[in-house]
Design a protein around this ligand. Structure first.
Ligand code: HEC
Length: 108
């Protein structure tokens, strides 16, 4: 008898355990990924480089990268700007900024 009660209670706890809801990551789907805002389209690429790229660190030396590598880097940096709520480059500003960087780059 005692063993039956023990087994019953064990099963009961097992079932209750299965009923515990999974912890859910609290995701606020209403929170926008992009918190900041884009720079105005009137700014030149020179201004954009000096303003946007100095928000988190000193301006990088313009060396060592070909155009494709700069493109990947600028897109990565722009993603950081968006994710951290900084002012970021609008899609139309990305290519001219890369052109500017490549034109300023010391030959390598
Ligand atoms: C939101 C902050 C932020 C902004 C704005 C930002 N960066 Fe960065 N940057 C970082 C961080 C963090 C790192 C180091 C980590 C990494 O490389 O991901 C970094 C690293 C770099 C590096 C070194 C990468 C390497 O691989 O050696 C370069 C070059 C660079 N940034 C260029 C830029 C340029 C150009 C801009 C403007 C388009 C810019 N950054 C704007 C945060 C930022």
């Amino acid at each position: 008898m005692a063993i039956a009660v023990t087994v019953f209670i064990a099963i009961l706890f097992f079932v209750l355990f299965l009923l515990i809801p999974e912890p859910h990551e609290k995701k606020d789907s209403s929170a926008p990924l992009i918190q900041g805002r884009a720079y105005p389209s009137t700014l030149s690429s020179t201004d954009l480089f000096h303003m946007a790229c100095s928000q988190c660190h000193n301006l990088p030396p313009l060396t060592h990268r070909d155009r494709e590598e700069w493109r990947i880097l600028v897109l990565k940096m722009n993603r950081k700007m968006m994710q951290t709520g900084k002012q970021y480059l609008s899609p139309e500003q990305v290519d001219p900024l890369i052109d500017y960087i490549v034109s300023q780059q010391k030959s390598f």
